[in-house]
Write a protein that binds this ligand. Structure first.
Ligand SMILES: [Zn+2]
Ligand SMILES: [Zn+2]
Ligand SMILES: [Zn+2]
Length: 246
């Protein structure tokens, strides 16, 4: 199976509107766009399980691909905007969500072909031999990350995370993860409990101790901060299209 990122950036994405920083100019030259953080697991029969649905490219990339389910971390626009179109799908699609009654826009009012199913903390779902477990995270909206267990690998997708409670940390440490993808939206000088920065994220990866750790959900300003300060990261920021066999 394949686990791939459709995007690894923050809400504004890269290149950012009217930004002339080096990161954005390079993206324009290379004709790459990185909009929002989201990923998908491609099953052996070609169908997919989506992790978040905020990327602009979602409807094009999977226009004729069966979507087994969507696992939504939370109802911020950069993670759920794609559901506004996807709900009109000719197929019925289950969407696993945290227990957030507010949702986003009119998604929970006009559900169309999306069937929302609330996940409780640490609840697990089995789809075609893959187990997916919801792990509560701290953020400015009710948020969960996901740990995926395939027959070969253990992968944690933890985006939009300003920290986590002791029970989530203890759970993640116990899983002996192969890969951990963690929110590092900010530079260390920016103090916030909404997102981690590259220092706090790297410390958390050290504590969880996966075989490999990666940083996600960066803005151009964050990536520029790494370059300008000459920071050597133990765990790298990844770009859209990053892909692993799992
Ligand atoms: Zn920029
Ligand atoms: Zn968010
Ligand atoms: Zn986000």
């Amino acid at each position: 199976m394949k686990f791939e990122f459709l995007g690894t950036a923050d809400t504004g994405g890269i290149p950012l509107h009217m930004c002339s920083c080096e990161v954005c100019e390079k993206a324009r030259l290379e004709k790459t766009t990185n909009r929002s953080t989201s990923a998908f697991l491609e099953l052996d029969d070609g169908s997919v399980i989506l992790f978040d649905a905020g990327c602009d490219t979602l409807m094009d990339r999977f226009n004729t691909t069966p979507i087994r389910a969507v696992f939504l971390t939370h109802f911020h626009a950069d993670h759920c905007l794609g559901l506004i179109r996807l709900r009109k799908s000719a197929h019925h699609i289950p969407c696993y969500i945290p227990d957030d009654q507010e949702g986003f826009g009119d998604l929970l009012v006009h559900k169309n072909n999306i069937e929302y199913r609330i996940l409780t903390p640490f609840e697990s779902i089995h789809i075609e031999g893959v187990e997916i477990v919801a792990v509560p995270l701290e953020h400015s909206k009710l948020t969960q990350g996901f740990v995926l267990f395939t027959c070969k690998k253990r992968v944690a997708y933890l985006t939009d995370c300003g920290g986590m409670r002791a029970e989530s940390l203890a759970y993640l440490k116990k899983q002996k993860l192969d890969y951990l993808f963690l929110d590092a939206a900010y530079t260390p000088s920016f103090d916030s409990d909404k997102h981690l920065n590259w220092e706090s994220a790297q410390a958390l990866i050290e504590a969880i101790a996966p075989k490999k750790g990666y940083l996600i959900h960066a803005s151009c300003h964050t990536l520029l901060g790494v370059q300008k300060r000459g920071v050597v990261l133990t765990y790298p920021y990844i770009e859209q299209g990053f892909c692993l066999e799992v």
